[in-house]
Design a protein around this ligand. Sequence first.
Ligand SMILES: Cc1cc2nc3c(=O)[nH]c(=O)nc-3n(C[C@H](O)[C@H](O)[C@H](O)COP(=O)(O)OP(=O)(O)OC[C@H]3O[C@@H](n4cnc5c(N)ncnc54)[C@H](O)[C@@H]3O)c2cc1C
Length: 402
Amino acid sequence: MTRMDASHTAKRKVLISGASISGPALAYWLHRSGFAVTVVEKAGALRGGGYPIDVRGTAIEVVRRMGILPRLQDAHIDSRRYTFLNADGSIAASVAGAVAGSVEGQDLEVRRGDLAAALYSIVRDDVEFLFNDSIDTLDQSGQGVDVTFRGGRRRTFDLVVGADGMHSSTRESLFGPEERFHRYLGYCFAIFTMPNTFGLSRELMMWNAPGKAAALYAVGDNDELHAFLNFHQPEPPFDALRNPGAQRDLVARVFAGAGWEVPAMLSAMRDADDLFFDTAGQIRMPHWSSGRVALVGDAAYAPSFLTGQGSSLALVGAYMLAGALAANRDHTAAFAAYERDVRGFVGMNQALVDNGAATLFPTTAQALEQRNTMLRSLLTMPSATARPAYSAITLREFAPIS
Ligand SMILES: Cc1cc2nc3c(=O)[nH]c(=O)nc-3n(C[C@H](O)[C@H](O)[C@H](O)COP(=O)(O)OP(=O)(O)OC[C@H]3O[C@@H](n4cnc5c(N)ncnc54)[C@H](O)[C@@H]3O)c2cc1C
């Protein structure tokens, strides 16, 4: 048998970089389509933590097809109350949460770690995971992609997919520095957990001053709170992005002198071992692949937390990429189909924050007062109104050819 014949019958080997949301979702669908999948993750284990995230619209159908919808419905967060505070800590507005739990087909809000764990649980036995390692070099000059890993391994794959997030090093090695594709939206945020010494239960409290927001989110009845500090910053602090010490200093400087429980939050941030700091920004690229290497999820099209659509785009994008690869042996045709079918959906969701990104986080006293007046007119928080963008894509059916 010639080498070419062999390559037609052998399982195609795919390396995915990143084991958060889009990586394991892609691994699941590729494995089901007959690929041999390896996932490399730079963290030593699956990363838990992160603020609660939304799964909406078409992404609900994706998790249903993966069989994890019931598990995610059990993990759904039902908040009872949202309280908005003025700079001096007095109440500006208090709005009841949705009373009904989630039912099949409706949007979900779950802890990011719960979604990552659910995805991991359905692939861990079928897919090779290499934790505590990452891609060092990619060489596409031969028949496949020759990969060297930082840990020293060398292997060859038919395809490589970067699912390594907004600051993707796969993207950087293929397409150049992040600055070329990063669209900064004017905010930075820090997220961490802290002890629930305030007796909060299934509720969110958000303190605001112009250009600053501090929120404490009790997602259950347990002892832990999700703390969130968000602030307007005209220029992105690139220096702080890879330096946790500088991130803590920047946040402490911005919120110095703030009222309510902000001083307690700042001191908890100093001790937090799960601090997640980032800019609110988007990744916008003219193409999502180059040769045998493609990008998925935040690495290719992060929409920013202001849209609440990062995980949904990651899930839908992973599904569509796997479907395109299952249907086309030729990776060039598959990557073209993936882009053609997903780009409109991505564009609509990224456009959700083209105007009015500041609705929830106003930067002027006047805009803040307008927001509070609007909130006071609500008796209950509208359950995230289904927007056309959330479902603006038709899922392909899988037609495995391997
Ligand atoms: C710990 C954590 C906490 C988060 N918290 C929030 C949050 O609170 N709010 C929010 O809006 N979004 C958060 N996100 C981002 C959110 O998960 C994504 O917006 C969305 O789910 C898209 O997922 P993704 O899998 O494409 O990218 P990401 O979730 O960003 O995952 C990328 C994965 O790739 C890994 N990785 C990065 N570089 C390399 C490398 N060189 N080699 C190998 N692996 C690599 C990372 O460790 C991570 O596991 C968080 C992400 C992580 C990893």
